[in-house]
Write a protein that binds this ligand. Structure first.
Ligand code: UDP
Ligand code: MG
Length: 318
């Protein structure tokens, strides 16, 4: 019955909600005109991810104005990727769209994504062609991250692509069956396979407010992506171990030779200090990397729910 579900994670975006609502109504009209998809075949699912401002009140009032809009209110802030997951699991459409609430992803572009999807693709992701209002540092780190990811995961996660995309029911069902806790959705979608393609779009400036991904969160997100799809950090530390052991062994030969066959007095303070400090540093880093993977095993094994729903709001139902 429902043709398209549009999932929108929302965290402290009260200033943007009225404009977002207007733009989404515009999208409804376009869907109607271009594809004869009527209002009752479209659902908008806002996931309120523990906002601390008046976002929830604004969203509830939207649901009272229009029956196509629903709100899932999570019990606290679970983070962007989990919020998206909650929305996808609730979505019933034949196709599911993921889009940010801050209007950096223009809602009208969903028309293009849908048209391409209708050509027979299972996933159409939106590729950032130009980004406005994001500083050089964010652009450079994002670019570097995607290239490193592609190198080490053996997976062609599309470059310069966020979560803005449309996915067919077949893909969504697989994603819903993947219960991992550290979720890197764009990687999971690539992993699923089927017929995927990208469409270029212009990523806009935030309509209002600040990015909710400061540097530290971005780094955590990047690390999640890498550890979820690759054990190459473990491989890298073991290569490092082999290299150092080899160098150490060769140096030992020299030390023994010097002791037995030469009269050089072996002075040792500087070299011993250097070796001790470097080695214990590398040991700790290696342990840390292993610890990160063990920590992830521990988190997965606890089997906690991914998110907790406080309440679902919908017109005349609550
Ligand atoms: N978001 C969320 N939970 C969070 C952080 C962000 O639901 O903990 C939402 C946010 O409201 C926005 C989307 O996720 O709709 C993307 O966040 P943001 O725009 O801050 O990220 P950026 O575009 O800067 O990468
Ligand atoms: Mg944004």
């Amino acid at each position: 019955m429902t043709e398209i579900s549009i999932v929108i994670p929302v965290y402290n975006e009260e200033e943007t909600i009225p404009e977002l609502y207007t733009r989404l109504l515009g999208l409804l009209t376009l869907l109607n005109e271009k594809f004869a998809v009527s209002n009752d075949h479209v659902e908008f699912i806002f996931v309120n991810d523990g906002s601390k401002d008046n976002t929830l009140q604004s969203l509830i009032s939207v649901t009272q104005q229009h029956a196509s809009f629903k709100v899932i209110n999570l019990s606290r802030n679970f983070g962007h990727q989990i919020a998206v997951t909650a929305g996808i699991e609730m979505a019933v459409g034949n196709a599911v769209v993921l889009i940010d609430a801050d209007l950096q992803d223009p809602p009208e572009f969903i028309i293009d994504l849908y048209a391409k999807y209708k050509e027979g693709y299972d996933v159409v992701y939106a590729v950032r062609q130009r980004r406005e209002g994001e500083n050089f540092f964010k652009l450079a780190t994002a670019k570097m991250f995607y290239r490193i990811m592609q190198r080490i995961t053996n997976m062609n996660i599309p470059l310069d692509t966020g979560d803005f995309r449309i996915m067919g029911r077949n893909v969504v069902d697989v994603i819903n069956s993947m219960k991992e806790k550290h979720r890197f959705i764009r990687g999971m979608v690539t992993w699923v396979g089927f017929k995927q393609t990208g469409l270029l779009y212009h990523r806009k400036e935030r309509f209002a407010g600040q990015s909710k991904y400061p540097l530290i969160k971005m780094m955590r997100f990047a690390w999640d992506g890498i550890t979820a799809f690759s054990t190459s950090p473990l491989r890298m530390v073991s290569y490092l171990g082999f290299t150092i052991a080899t160098v150490g062994f060769l140096y030992c030969l020299y030390v023994i030779y010097a002791k037995i066959f030469t009269n050089e007095t072996i002075q040792g303070w500087a070299s011993v200090m250097i070796v001790t400090l470097i080695m214990s540093g590398i040991n700790l880093i290696t342990l840390g990397v292993i610890g990160q993977y063990i920590g992830r095993i521990s988190e997965e094994s606890k089997n906690r729910p991914l998110y907790i729903i406080d309440k679902i709001y919908q017109k005349n139902v609550s």
